[in-house]
Design a protein around this ligand. Structure first.
Ligand code: ARG
Length: 586
């Protein structure tokens, strides 16, 4: 709607001053009765080389001749504009005539994207820090799908390195199959804590771990089998917690895969064509990397990039994290040819990804057949810390994600009981599940992706203001109105909006697509939360101030019911993108 007015004004400016695509920005006037939009002409002063107050006066004269404009008034360099209610009716009719397409607009059909997120470790339980990348990445997966992208998601689990040889060693000494199958991540952590403690007095365990690595890299059958079990059961255990947050990656390709070791394939993804060895050789052949006499391989970047040089291969011929990500980029390009790959990984890895992206670009891996190149983007997250105490995995005293989610449910239960002491046990359980976890998930997602977050229960478990429960409650209200009405909403009406509450809702609904696109382009989930809250406030204001079911005029009533239905479906869709369920009762 705003865009319609912007285009109109740009047309007027072009006709009058021959300035193309003028910078027209509309905002909401400081007071509602001033108008629907305010335009700041100071932004045009430089391009037009004119006094903004004069521009405002001249534009107002032109605006007043337009049918769509109800009134236009100069206020210093500003113009306050009221638009014809017809714009609202036309806009709303177009929304309501195909709600499904409105909710899932076909913006990017045929575009392919890969989302790399979660990045958790085999043998380590998910912890409070996993509120970040799994949640943020999953919102973006849902959002891109909503906009018709073809999405591939991969948890890129970490299953390779010294920790894992130690786990194999520990299991061979003390392992218990039942415990492993019951909850692999908790059990492997226990083993890790044990072997770390034992190794203090018994240094030979370190050597044993290195021998384990050798066995595994020589494809020893027993080691491979055990390793596959660790991975499989760890993924299962992780998925139990992730599922509670509606998180589900399509693939769990481990880092070991890029070693070319064929340990265990968790899902049905293509085989590896280029392992780290061949990748490093290719880069040396292309003069992107340099091999030293001592067998180590390095990349030195152009001075103007201001990036330190980095190592791809150590003297002993082994490769590290960077080589593994490079092999991963090439693998994804060769097999899926995506238009974009987005990494939801924490801020500490910024340099790592800058280096990897630069090398991949120079190697020509990002060039696509259609002369376009694939975009790589690191959507980094800040840290979650805990108000009460710090934690470290080595000692085993982490705040597990599972415990955090349990606690959220318990706290929600207590709050619900305070408000409704007559509630039945079953309903209480169901409701606290529905509210507790989603409250903290929403509380987390509403913060900008790149900021550090301090987890504080009082703030995260709120039912007021910009919170999950506040929005869920408004949804339930809207559903109740529609249920109470109970029949088909007629579209055979005499169109007229009577109250600003109605037009405000139309105007906010109209922003839906733009918000989705902005959130996707910036890979920032919090724009969706912000918008969901705005939309809910606008709906609540209509609910509180004007009659809906009690309205006597049949046309007005039907129009309002259409608005209620549009709100309820839109807010539900927004929550589906956030990966948050909506209760039907509350
Ligand atoms: N497992 C890694 C870590 O814990 C994160 C993986 C991120 N994804 C990637 N393609 N490097 O640091």
């Amino acid at each position: 709607m705003e865009q319609q007015i912007v285009s109109l004004i740009q047309g007027l400016i072009f006709n009058k001053y021959q300035l193309e695509n003028a910078l027209v920005k509309l905002s909401v006037p400081p007071k509602k009765n001033l108008g629907d939009f305010a335009m700041n002409c100071a932004l045009l002063a430089r391009d037009l080389r004119m006094n903004p107050n004069i521009i405002a006066e001249e534009l107002v004269e032109l605006l007043l001749q337009e049918d769509l404009i109800l009134s236009a008034e100069v206020s210093g360099p500003y113009i306050n504009i009221k638009i014809s209610k017809d714009i609202f009716t036309e806009s709303f009719k177009s929304i309501y005539s195909d709600l499904e397409l409105f909710l899932q607009p076909n913006i990017w059909e045929g575009t392919k994207i890969i989302i790399d997120y979660i990045g958790a470790n085999v043998g380590k339980p998910l912890h409070i820090g996993h509120m970040c990348t799994p949640n943020q990445g999953q919102v973006m997966i849902n959002l891109y799908k909503n906009l018709w992208y073809d999405v591939i998601s991969d948890s890129h689990i970490w299953d390779w390195g010294i920790i894992f040889w130690k786990l194999l060693t520990a299991y061979k000494h003390w392992g218990n199959k039942d415990k492993l199958h019951e909850n692999a991540v908790d059990y492997l952590l226990e083993l890790y804590v044990k072997i770390t403690a034992e190794a203090v007095d018994n240094p030979s365990l370190e050597q044993e771990a290195r021998d384990e690595f050798k066995l595994l890299s020589e494809w020893n059958e027993d080691s491979k089998k055990l390793w596959a079990e660790f991975t499989e059961y760890s993924i299962q255990a992780m998925n139990v917690q992730l599922a509670r947050l509606n998180i589900k990656p399509q693939y769990n390709v481990g880092e070991s895969f890029y070693e070319g070791l064929w340990l265990a394939k968790m899902e049905d993804y293509p085989d590896l064509q280029f392992d780290m060895h061949s990748i490093v050789n290719e880069l040396v052949e292309k003069w992107i990397a340099i091999k030293n006499d001592d067998n180590s391989v390095w990349v030195i970047f152009d001075d103007d990039l201001k990036m330190p040089s980095c190592i791809l291969q150590k003297r002993d011929g082994t490769h590290g994290y960077l080589a593994s990500d490079l092999a991963c980029i090439k693998y994804r390009m060769v097999n899926w040819s995506p238009d974009k790959i987005i990494y939801f990984v924490d801020v500490r890895q910024q340099l790592h990804f800058r280096q990897a992206f630069e090398i991949a670009k120079n190697a020509g891996w990002l060039d696509k057949d259609d002369h376009k190149s694939t975009q790589l983007f690191h959507a980094y997250n800040g840290f979650v810390s805990w108000k009460e105490w710090a934690f470290s995995t080595r000692k085993g005293n982490i705040i597990k994600l599972g415990d955090l989610l349990d606690e959220a449910e318990n706290r929600a239960k207590a709050i619900i009981l305070e408000k409704r002491d007559d509630i039945q046990w079953d309903e209480l359980n169901e409701l606290s599940k529905m509210i507790g976890i989603w409250a903290i998930k929403y509380g987390y997602l509403k913060k900008s992706r790149d900021t550090d977050v301090i987890f504080d229960w009082d703030e995260f478990m709120t039912f007021e203001g910009n919170s999950g429960p506040y929005i869920q409650y408004a949804y339930v209200r809207a559903r109740r109105i529609l249920e109470n009405f109970g029949s088909e909403i007629s579209t055979e009406v005499t169109w007229k909006f009577e109250h600003s509450e109605e037009t405000d809702l139309v105007r906010t609904l109209w922003d839906y697509k733009d918000v989705l696109i902005k959130s996707a382009e910036m890979n920032m989930p919090h724009h969706i939360c912000k918008y969901a809250f705005e939309l809910t406030k606008t709906f609540n204001s209509m609910y509180n101030n004007i009659h809906i079911l009690n309205e006597e005029d049949e046309s007005k009533k039907m129009i309002r019911l259409q608005l209620v239905e549009s709100f309820s479906k839109t807010i539900k869709e927004l929550f589906a993108i956030l990966g948050i369920d909506m209760p039907e009762k509350m």
